[in-house]
Design a protein around this ligand. Structure first.
Ligand code: HEM
Length: 182
């Protein structure tokens, strides 16, 4: 996983909980590089999950809520860095429908060593969007957070239902979005 995903996490921790908490997490997660991530480097995604688990333990905030907060921060980062990619899309469903075939494809050109999940779209029309998440990494809760951040960004009246498809491992999930009648 790219270093920028780690620096975003650690910046969030420092801003919300202070430098002492950040240092404590780095120590508790026993990171090989003592938390010195560079944005261009690549690191084991399990280090991020260890940092998040340590934060959850110390703050009492459950992992899903914590990952949702992190996903919000990451979406803001994407807006700062990749706004033109996001603005090409004409609606929330249009944007989410482009993650697999355009967004992650373009980002892979910038970072050939980045690791992305795969999404398939069993249904995509004006009223309903169904996205199936599959990844070797257990990050469906993060995907859910990014989807919720996207829905908020577009401000459209859309409901989200989540179905885990990996016996709780977090490696496969179905996201069903339904447009509420105006
Ligand atoms: C402009 C918007 C987006 C950009 C630029 C972007 C870019 C990225 C980048 C750089 C990574 C990290 C890859 C790595 O570090 O190796 C990533 C991972 C990921 N992205 Fe996106 N992404 C965007 C939107 C989304 C959205 C809306 C979703 C949710 C549906 C999503 C789902 C994920 C997930 C779940 C991962 C974690 C890796 C995994 O689960 O295997 N992305 N993305």
């Amino acid at each position: 996983m790219k270093g920028m995903m780690f620096t975003e996490f650690l910046d969030m921790v420092e801003a919300r909980h202070g430098l002492a908490m950040k240092d404590a997490l780095i120590e508790q997660a026993a990171l090989p590089n003592a938390g010195a991530y560079t944005s261009v480097g690549s690191y084991d995604h399990r280090e991020l999950l260890r940092l998040a688990a340590a934060l959850s333990e110390r703050t009492g905030v459950p992992m899903p809520a914590l990952m949702a907060e992190y996903a919000d921060a990451v979406f803001e980062l994407f807006l700062r860095r990749y706004r033109p990619m996001i603005e090409r899309a004409t609606s929330c469903f249009d944007f989410l429908g482009r993650i697999e075939s355009y967004i992650h494809v373009e980002v892979r050109k910038l970072y050939p060593d980045a690791e992305f999940p795969s999404f398939s779209y069993p249904q995509h029309d004006t009223q309903v969007l169904v996205m199936d998440y599959r990844s070797p990494r257990p990050m469906s809760v993060f995907a859910e957070g990014l989807i919720r951040a996207t829905i908020r960004h577009y401000g459209e009246p859309i409901d989200l239902a989540v179905e885990d498809q990996s016996d709780g491992r977090g490696t496969a999930a179905r996201f069903t979005m339904t447009r509420r009648p105006a």
